[in-house]
Design a protein around this ligand. Sequence first.
Ligand code: HAM
Length: 420
Amino acid sequence: MSTFKAPKGTFDLIPPFSATYLAVRDAISAPLRKSGYGYVETPGFEDVNLFARGVGESTDIVTKEMYTLTTKGGSHLALRPEGTASVLRAALEANMHKAGGLPVKLWYSGSYYRYERPQKGRYRHFSQVGAEAIGAEDPALDAELIILADQAYRSLGLREFRILLNSLGDKECRPVYREALQTFLRGLDLDEETLRRAEINPLRVLDDKRESVQKQLVGAPLLKDYLCEECKAYHEEVRALITAAGVAFEDDPKLVRGLDYYTRTTFEFVHDGLGSQSAVGGGGRYDGLSEMIGGPALPSVGWALGVDRTVLALEAEGIELDIPAATSVFAVPLGDEARKVLFGLVTRLRKEGVATDFSFGAKGLKAHMKSANRSGARFAIVAGERDLAEGVVQLKDMESGEQTAVALDELVETVKARLA
Ligand code: HAM
């Protein structure tokens, strides 16, 4: 123990658990990498106004959860609470939307920060893998993203997740609905804060988790009854394409997301084994975001899946990922001369692409073999003075326990052949 601990709401990823995180990031990004999405990495902090304007002045994320700071030079920055605004900012800054065909398809993986009340599945530092397809209004693009996320989760073996789908309309039809909803909400028995929310962001009230509120919301006007013809047709096509792909989803006319930039398609991946923090991922279309941050009109769509919650979902379903041992060969030297010879062998094996580790430090055979076992290596190479005098090392199969003497100059080839 040191004097210090990881800050509240954060935790460290350490082996062997950390290997699961790497595997999950890999599994989520694999379908994207194979579908034309290029990797993008942006800074961990941005101008605070990027998020204030992009994510929305009235959202919890901006009003309560942002880590903000003023630099010595006087810049107002925020640790990124999400990735979409940053990725769009980066694409615009690099003029990617002018460079070639649209959409610009990007994927990312990284740390995000929200000052939330920590609980299981909700942290102040968390990890997302996300995808953004910028600059095209095409229902097939919305469908592609939903299908790829579904494929990612299935490749991990997850089964108990559901996809909730909704359309939030566009700048034509949503204001009309907003009015109707506001009128309805004003007639309810709501506390002051909720009434205030009804004035600023009435759709968010639909998302209120309290039963006393939900009871009153029965009979609230639904956005789906207010969608304009274009939005309706667009949504029907998204639904048809996902259905044709064999991806199951549920229409959720009350699905509202916690960020203000969404238009039309919105969706959430929820997992039933996670309790209150059940959203493992979410996303949707954000046709107005580019203009909101000073760019040209660039209709876009994307999602982000939470890596932490995906790992919790794996645990909830009892899924253990098949993560191969990082080390194939573990070298155990007995004595000083053997140390030099085996260390040379280790370097040669590594150059040949064989994942090899070495037993460091002066210790007895038993302690050495314990290290070999812990490494998960398939083979151990053990050598003492007598072996070296005969020009051999002992190659031990850690699974069967069987041990054979192999000539020093044949070792690399023998190991490679037996691993193949
Ligand atoms: P979001 O729904 O705010 O969307 O976050 C996406 C996912 O990140 C959530 O479903 C959850 O799994 C994870 N997550 C969020 N906050 C926390 C937290 N405090 N602790 C642990 N996990 C968390 C976005 O961030 C949008 N940028 C998604 C998007 C991309 N929309 C369009 N493109």
